[in-house]
Design a binder for this molecule. Structure first.
Ligand code: EPZ
Length: 419
């Protein structure tokens, strides 16, 4: 049982596009509430080699700002190339493409390639830039983009919702000539956070938070100060930790509306979710968990980044739960590992039928991607006996001080260094 309070960090998936936005201006962008994560360091390395100067200002004093503050200044673009060895480490590196072409007129970005959760093409990013007037060649595994005379606004209708393509094209359109409309745009809070920061930098954007973004291009953007929104996936993960252990945990600095689809699922499963003055309180002290069906969808639907965690929860519920993944085609890598801990799960195409078992058993398990790994930690918290999760470097990409935050609420968890 976990009891206590957990402070939620700034969102990784908001921080990454926000950092890339520094390439749009020669002035300084200050980002507060920046999480301390491996992916942030990877993007910082890439931005430095594009010519950005980065400095950590340490913890911000107050005024609503907490966490680390990073100052990013890209006075000049020293290199327009995002090399394979950095992009392959982290797909989000492709977010430098839009800003580089828009400001510098040229970009050479490695194609990211597939990853553990699916093929994840970037065709929508590329097609959108072509519509904005960029010339693009794909050769030697690289995207070569050129727009020597600058980009021109266009109406871009996405055939499918893409967070990354919306962010890349939103950034590019801020410096394009004339008006751009992004239709069927992603409505994820991280996209809105980026849009608000771009507005603070001088961009003209209408429709923030809706599926149609209208951008009127400006000559230049300037520096700004922005605080990264709280990580709704980190918050959701700890909400499941409280639910799976039958505890009571207050999640500080998260707004209930950012996790409402997860909250609805938890309530239907028998967990209590209440708003507090500081955040959200998750509690399950009496009564069993009940199986609930879940289908992942773009925001405001149930997030694919919470699918593995909710599955871990459902393995211990009474009754069955059908979990359907509609965003990525191969995001069930955690199933065989959860099964090794005694879970009863059958996968058929994009759905997993989870039949609850009375209890899970600890086992050595292997992490495959960020969210799959954390689902194994959650299962391990509820399991009888010891669970050893291998390849925890996946966790460090997206969870800041995970073991510290959980141990602070009474979890018996430690990081064991390899001998
Ligand atoms: C973002 O990835 C997140 N990453 C992911 O979080 C998250 O799972 C995903 O959005 C969906 O919410 C960051 O924000 C850095 P997409 P992104 O483009 O932008 C297909 C985590 O665990 N697609 O919205 O890459 C794609 O294959 C990570 O923190 C195309 O077909 O996701 C997928 O099926 C993992 N062509 C779907 O769209 C394209 O050009 C949604 O992907 C682009 C995407």
């Amino acid at each position: 049982m976990l009891t206590g309070t957990i402070g939620i960090s700034g969102a990784k998936n908001a921080a990454l596009p926000l950092m890339a936005a520094c390439l749009l201006t020669d002035e300084t962008l200050y980002l507060a509430n920046l999480p301390h994560l491996a992916d942030i360091t990877t993007l910082a390395t890439l931005l430095s080699q594009h010519g950005a100067e980065l400095s950590l200002d340490g913890a911000a004093p107050d005024g609503g700002y907490s966490g680390r503050v990073l100052a990013l200044t890209a006075k000049e673009i020293a290199s327009a190339t995002a090399p394979y060895d950095l992009v392959r480490k982290m797909r989000a590196s492709v977010l430098v493409l839009g800003p580089l072409v828009a400001r510098h007129g040229i970009a050479r970005v490695s194609l990211p390639g597939g990853c553990a959760i699916g093929t994840r093409p970037v065709d929508l990013h590329i097609k959108g830039l072509i519509q904005l007037g960029a010339e693009i060649d794909l050769a030697d595994g690289y995207i070569d983009a050129r727009a020597p005379g600058g980009l021109t606004g266009a109406r871009i209708v996405f055939p499918q919702v893409s967070v990354g393509a919306t962010e890349n094209l939103l950034m590019a359109a801020t410096l394009a000539r004339g008006q751009t409309q992004l239709v069927n745009a992603a409505r994820e809070p991280e996209v809105s956070d980026l849009a608000h920061c771009l507005v603070a930098m001088g961009a003209r954007i209408e429709g923030i938070g809706t599926d149609t973004l209208t951008i009127d291009g400006v000559e230049r953007l300037h520096g700004a100060r922005h605080s990264v929104i709280a990580d709704r996936i980190e918050a959701g993960t700890y909400a499941v930790a409280a639910a799976i252990t039958g505890g009571s945990v207050e999640l500080k600095s998260i707004r209930l509306d950012l996790i409402s689809s997860l909250a609805d699922t938890l309530v239907a499963a028998g967990v209590s979710v209440t708003e507090t003055t500081n955040g959200v309180l998750i509690a399950r002290q009496n009564g069993p968990l009940v199986g609930v069906d879940v289908m992942t969808e773009p925001y405001p639907g149930f997030p694919t980044d919470m699918q593995a965690q909710i599955m871990a929860l459902m393995t211990t519920a009474t009754g069955a739960s059908m979990i359907t993944e509609t965003v990525f085609e191969n995001r069930f890598m955690h199933v065989p590992e959860l099964s090794r801990m005694g879970a009863n799960i059958n996968v058929h195409q994009s759905s997993a039928m989870v039949r609850g078992v009375p209890s899970l058993r600890g086992a050595p398990v292997m992490a495959t991607d960020l969210r799959a790994s954390v689902s194994l930690v959650l299962a391990g918290l509820a399991a009888e006996g010891e669970t050893m999760v291998h390849r925890v470097y996946h966790l460090d990409r997206g969870y800041e001080r995970l073991e510290e935050k959980l141990a602070g609420c009474g979890a018996d968890i430690e990081r064991v260094r390899a001998a």
